[in-house]
Design a binder for this molecule. Structure first.
Ligand SMILES: *[C@@H]1O[C@H](CO)[C@@H](O)[C@H](O)[C@H]1NC(C)=O
Ligand SMILES: *[C@@H]1O[C@H](CO)[C@@H](O)[C@H](O)[C@H]1NC(C)=O
Length: 678
């Protein structure tokens, strides 16, 4: 899945919007609102928000604020959240995952990026301005126009990250306005009884065969990190949902695509408290599993979710220090801890420890990638047979590949919403097909499919780009350069603890050479049955340095706006390699690819590849043939097996190179020999 959060992407978006703004606007699409008409035209897809806004403004007055900022996230600051937590969506009607809302006494606006403008025009009524920006300084500037100095701007600290709060506070503090933390959520008050209840999926422990480290081992590892830390933290507060899921080897299904449950953990040197919404959904067997060592220090107290604030308040009265990962801790909890008693690092030791997989965890990732390659191969073969004379649209494809995955062992649903995109739609890296955009797959255009699965042993994510007809020379050139980018980054040898951002340019070099590039990240961490974007491993500037055992996607691409898009994504693990020397005294690292699906031969132009590139692909193909050949036969998929044999034939070495090199060597030798005799 394309890794987002890139400044480069912001630039691309700006360029794209620059182009569209210049075009004369064609007759307005009736699926979008028209606020210039009187009365305004509203398509049936909008939410009418007048009454809810009126009631929100009453709440704002009660709390002595004249502006209120509403972010899209919940208290755990992840990508996905339960329906109950989608406050901005509910109030505004706009359902895109990114974007803030701000409400003043007389105006209201949604701020979002170009991916979502059309959607916002379809979903919001005319109470809401669409502000085509996501920068906090633009949001603050808009609010300043509305409210004079001396007044209060309110926010709910439990759905703001520390970083976001710092951002807003810096922008507001010298302006005469006050950023006021209001610990009850005003949208929730207005939402009232209609607000969905807390999710209640059953919490379960991972079966023994799917555990890399027991939770007791993890607890003792984290505690020794606490003891060894120079700042002597006495407790660790875990806020991200994946952190508690990781620590206890527990999973549930509270939110889409991610196997988590709403929870916090306070782990001290002597006690463990797990705060879970609705304790009754934790089965007795799980409670027993968490309490086998009671009353020793590895005994988990399962407490109510709402108690986290009180418990933390009580705990920080003592002579303590609380370790937090700033990126995933909300400002509300942070505010509870006196500044002298905080040890704040960007990522908690739980996140950092999780990033480095042990042998068992690596093994599990490899095994789920073998099973996951089966539905992808089945899908590619099916497309090849069906598209030329069929009537397959993007959404059919997405549904079909997801249905193929469900037939694999230990499968637990998709790891994100499949990207199935043909032609110009594929040029949008984060495209999701909708009824309005759903294009038909055809032999004249490039097709891109980015999909992944959750399995008890691991999470997968793979992108393949294919063409069933005659691709243009430019399409083949771009595809091959994307492929070369992946190869060059994968086969790179680098010292341990090298930052991903230092080496990610190897994934772009072949594209840059032609003045081409892509506007998203080069890859993100991934692991054993967690979010598909697993922080903090990867190539993003905020990711931590690579050590052996870290998994990442490697996913260069190229997007030709209005025409086609290419992305090739494999998952790889950082492994040690032998080098002639070993400056620094430690083994150097390289990547081993664990995704086992061949690339599209129809789009590869071997004439721009070197021997090294071709050998790299051919070695990988040998491995795919060996491992997947056995797996496809085991699953009795003989047609797929024959497809695999054909598609993993070694790539031919370009004829020009072989003889050329040979003859120049001969020439060199001849010259050398001639010199000797002279
Ligand atoms: C409302 O907030 C303003 C600005 O902080 C303050 O001066 C005023 O006293 C507050 N009013 C009430 C009723 O709390
Ligand atoms: C708590 O979970 C149990 C078991 O899933 C469920 O029956 C009950 O309705 C839930 N209670 C609340 C308050 O959501």
């Amino acid at each position: 899945m394309a890794a987002g959060h890139w400044l480069v992407l912001g630039t691309l978006i700006a360029i794209q919007c620059g182009c569209t703004v210049g075009l004369p606007k064609v007759a307005r699409d009736a699926t979008e609102r028209d606020c210039t008409r009187n009365p305004p035209y509203l398509p049936p897809t909008v939410k009418v928000s007048t009454e809810d806004l009126r009631r929100l403004r009453l709440q704002m007055a009660d709390h002595n604020i004249t502006a209120y900022i509403i972010p899209p996230v919940d208290s755990h600051l992840g990508t996905y959240s339960a329906a109950r937590e989608k406050r901005r969506q509910w109030l505004t009607g706009y359902t895109g995952s990114a974007g803030f809302a701000a409400v003043t006494t007389s105006r209201a606006a949604v701020f979002t990026d170009s991916r979502y403008w059309t959607q916002a025009e379809r979903e919001m009524d005319c109470n809401w301005e669409l502000q085509k920006t996501i920068s906090s300084s633009d949001i603050v500037e808009w609010i300043f126009q509305e409210i004079p100095s001396g007044q209060n701007i309110g926010f709910d600290p439990f759905i703001f990250s520390i970083e976001e709060w710092t951002n807003y506070n810096n922008l507001i503090k010298d302006s005469g306005r006050i950023l006021k933390s209001i610990p009850v959520n005003l949208v929730d008050i207005v939402w009232g009884a209609e607000r969905p209840s807390l999710p209640n999926s059953e919490v379960y422990s991972l079966p023994d065969g799917f555990v890399g480290r027991t939770w007791q081992e993890k607890v003792s590892n984290i505690r020794s990190q606490m003891r060894d830390h120079s700042q002597k933290p006495t407790a660790l507060l875990l806020s991200a949902l994946e952190e508690s899921a990781w620590l206890f080897n527990l999973r549930a299904q509270d939110i889409p695509y991610n196997p988590y449950f709403y929870s916090y953990t306070l782990l001290t040197l002597t006690s463990i408290s797990l705060f879970v919404n609705n304790r009754t959904r934790v089965p007795a067997a799980v409670t027993t599993y968490l309490r086998t060592n009671c009353p020793e220090s590895t005994c988990v107290d399962v407490l109510d979710y709402e108690q986290v604030q009180d418990r933390l308040t009580e705990y920080v009265r003592g002579d303590v220090k609380v370790w937090i990962g700033a990126r995933y801790t909300n400002y509300g909890l942070y505010e509870i801890i006196p500044p002298m008693k905080i040890l704040s690092e960007e990522y908690s030791p739980a996140m950092v420890t999780r990033a480095v997989k042990n042998d068992k965890e690596i093994q599990m990732m490899k095994e789920c990638h073998i099973r996951d390659a089966v539905p992808v191969i089945q899908y590619l073969l099916w497309l090849e047979k069906t598209v030329p004379n069929g009537n397959i649209h993007e959404m059919d494809g997405a549904a079909y590949v997801e249905s193929l995955r469900t037939k694999q062992e230990h499968e637990r649903g998709p790891s994100f919403e499949t990207i199935s995109a043909v032609g110009l739609n594929a040029a949008l890296p984060h495209y999701r097909a909708t009824e309005e955009t759903n294009r038909k797959l055809n032999v004249d255009e490039i097709y891109l499919v980015d999909s992944g699965g959750q399995y008890l042993d691991g999470t997968t994510d793979i992108t393949r780009t294919v063409h069933w007809g005659k691709p243009t020379a430019f399409e083949k050139d771009a595809y091959t350069r994307v492929l070369i980018g992946g190869i060059e980054l994968t086969r790179l040898i680098f010292p341990p603890r090298t930052l991903g951002r230092v080496i990610e340019t190897f994934g772009r070099r072949a594209l840059w050479e032609k003045g081409l590039n892509f506007g998203h990240g080069t890859g993100h961490g991934i692991g054993n049955f967690f979010s598909v974007h697993e922080w903090p491993a990867g190539f993003h500037p905020t990711n931590i340095a690579f050590t052996k055992g870290m998994f990442t996607s490697i996913e260069p691409g190229y997007y030709h706006v209005g025409s086609f898009g290419i992305r090739i994504e494999d998952i790889a693990v950082a492994v040690e390699t032998d080098t002639e020397h070993m400056f620094g005294g430690e083994k150097y690292l390289t990547f081993e690819t664990v995704s086992l699906v061949p690339y599209d031969r129809n789009l590869i132009d071997t004439s721009i590849m070197t021997e090294i590139h071709i050998n790299h692909v051919n070695n990988h193909y040998k491995k795919i043939r060996d491992i997947m050949g056995r797996e496809l036969q085991r699953q009795n998929l003989m047609e797929e097996y024959r497809w695999l044999e054909k598609n993993t034939e070694p790539l031919p070495h370009p004829h020009s190179h072989g003889p050329l090199i040979k003859s120049s060597v001969t020439l060199l030798f001849a010259t050398f020999a001639a010199c000797m005799f002279l």
